[in-house]
Design a protein. Structure first.
Length: 208
């Protein structure tokens, strides 16, 4: 079985297992998703979703985030961890959005990557969820599963992303990462994967 065939089979199996797989971050507009995704770095989406309602009630526009006192912003996002760096990046990213992009979150990859604290993972989340543009989000779950299944040997998320892009049609890119994330949370966990209950164990190199 080629890697392409394996990737297609994994997609088919997991899409039936998780028909409702989607982004678990809660947001109402592109800016909210951008901020939420930045907060989700090294933090669970569940925790972020507990923080963002209060955050977005107080700060609603790019200018709100750009002009807020940094200590106030740090206090609002403290429980997501690494709050000083996150607050700094969010504030600076929103300043750039306000000054350079007329307060609108851009859809262009290079423009998104020009924002402080925004890497390919965050950019792909925003592009896929808000603008419907194809992209593969490689978080810790997607990276771990891709290596275990045998779709890549790379540890670097960007290299994993490009490996996966070669294996699937663009129309499946966005959903593939949702499927891997769901399976990573439920079955193929980091420390104690439930291989005996796994629906793709028969094609996974990790259990052999």
């Amino acid at each position: 079985m080629t890697k392409k065939q394996k990737a297609e089979l994994v997609y088919d199996i997991l899409s039936k297992k998780y028909p409702d797989a989607t982004c678990s971050l809660e947001f109402k507009d592109p800016l909210q998703l951008l901020v939420a995704t930045q907060l989700a770095a090294q933090c669970t989406d569940k925790r972020v979703n507990m923080v963002t309602p209060g955050l977005f009630e107080k700060l609603q526009t790019a200018w709100d985030f750009a002009s807020v006192d940094i200590l106030v912003l740090e206090g609002l996002v403290r429980s997501t961890g690494f709050y000083k760096n996150k607050a700094k990046n969010i504030k600076e990213a929103c300043r750039v959005i306000f000054e350079k992009f007329d307060s609108q979150v851009p859809s262009d990859m290079d423009e998104l990557l020009s924002l402080p604290g925004v890497g390919r993972k965050t950019a792909n989340v925003v592009r896929g969820e808000v603008f419907g543009l194809p992209g593969i989000v490689v978080d810790t779950h997607a990276g771990r599963l891709s290596r275990r299944i045998g779709l890549t040997k790379h540890e670097d998320p960007v290299k994993v992303e490009y490996d996966l892009m070669k294996l699937l049609n663009q129309a499946k890119w966005n959903n593939f990462c949702h499927l891997l994330i769901e399976h990573g949370r439920e079955t193929c966990t980091s420390r104690s994967p439930k291989c005996q209950k796994c629906s793709i164990s028969n094609i996974c190199t990790f259990v052999k």
